[in-house]
Design a protein around this ligand. Structure first.
Ligand code: SAM
Length: 337
């Protein structure tokens, strides 16, 4: 299956890797390409090379034209800037958006190639015990993960990320008593990635729909299982679930199944308030999908949908994406402790 290629990408997003450099200014001052770009206020103004947009949602994130030669610059080669789609930056940021809720130990359950791992690590407090535990079950992909993490942390900060080649669902929650934050980005249909969405539309529609539903429900079952495992960790208090799928089967419906699971419910898990989930990002979860748990209460549907964000492929300047933020009632977390 084809990944989003350069010609199709409307914007090349990159973030300043704050693990390696203290501030964007440091990178911009010395980078011949970046320092000569003209700032614009909207991604719609990046119609050609020569412009740069400083993102209003994710800190230290910038958009440029895909034809800019960013990958030939020293900043890229040294890992001071990391190319990562804007929507793919949502999980790491959502997990750490609330400055009153600091996580020093985080798990990335499905880590390779490591974009969200290194992004999550960039939010860890400067503390010797801070760590992201990254799990990856595929042996080829775990190698890519290692390379990417080494590049992002350098030798001096390599202990920030601990990689384990394993199926996350086989881990024992009690072995991680201090982990409070989770990023869970499991394998999905990838329908938000341009190449794949295109392929889908070219297939015979009716036949495709049938295959899709079976396949999507299978994926949803797997996604449910992996997120549920994470929600049962003893000190877990915040978890961001994400996919690069546009289908509700893998998104809101998985969230609803998790919220109604008795074991998860009894632990006090619910969806975070919109005010703590990139509130100014307009595109939220699909509220109709929450009808089954909110009854006829439209306000409740809206509130639940507010705990999720979505992005539409291309239209929102990148890949199609979904993220939902789960948080746990304080009292329940303490009870478990
Ligand atoms: N989060 C990654 C990033 O931003 O770079 C992308 C993750 S990709 C969508 C899903 C990854 O999860 C794949 O590399 C897949 O091999 C891995 N995976 C799937 N099931 C897993 C499991 N049970 N335990 C650990 N890794 C798993």
């Amino acid at each position: 299956t084809k990944e989003a290629d350069e010609d199709e990408t409307p914007i090349r997003w990159f973030r300043i890797n704050t693990i390696k450099v203290a501030s964007p200014e440091k990178v911009f001052e010395t980078n011949e390409l970046l320092k000569n770009l003209q700032p614009v206020n909207s991604i719609d103004d990046i119609k050609d090379t020569g412009f740069i947009y400083h993102d209003e949602y994710i800190p230290n994130l910038y958009g440029i034209h895909p034809r800019e030669k960013l990958t030939s610059t020293q900043a890229y080669i040294k890992g001071e800037v990391i190319i990562q789609d804007r929507a793919s930056c949502f999980p790491g940021y959502i997990l750490n958006q609330d400055s009153g809720d600091i996580h020093t130990e985080v798990i990335d359950a499905c880590a390779a190639p490591g974009n969200k791992t290194t992004h999550s690590a960039s939010f860890l407090p400067e503390d010797r015990s801070s760590v992201v535990y990254a799990f990856e079950r595929d042996s080829k992909r775990v190698k890519i993960l290692k390379t990417m993490c080494e590049k992002a942390t350098g030798k001096s900060k390599k202990e920030l990320i601990q990689i384990t080649h394993a199926d996350f669902t086989t881990t024992r929650p009690d072995d991680f008593p201090n982990v409070t934050g989770f990023v869970v980005d499991p394998s999905c249909s990838g329908s938000g990635i341009f190449g794949r969405a295109l392929e889908d539309s070219q297939k015979e529609e009716e036949k495709q729909q049938e295959i899709d539903t079976t396949r999507l429900n299978k994926l949803a079952g797997f996604q449910f299982k992996i997120v549920k495992h994470a929600l049962l960790f003893p000190s877990a208090r915040k978890l961001v679930y994400s996919t690069c799928s546009i289908h509700p089967h893998e998104n809101e419906r998985v969230v609803v199944d998790l919220l109604t699971d008795p074991e998860i419910k009894s632990r006090g898990w619910h969806l975070e308030d919109r005010s703590k989930v990139i509130p100014n990002w307009e595109r939220r979860g699909w509220k109709e999908e929450f009808t089954s748990i909110a009854g006829g209460d439209n306000e409740m549907c809206e509130k639940l949908a507010g705990g999720c964000v979505r992005s539409i492929p291309k239209e929102d300047g990148g890949i199609g994406f979904f993220a939902a933020c789960f948080v746990r009632d304080n009292e329940k977390t303490q009870l478990e402790d």
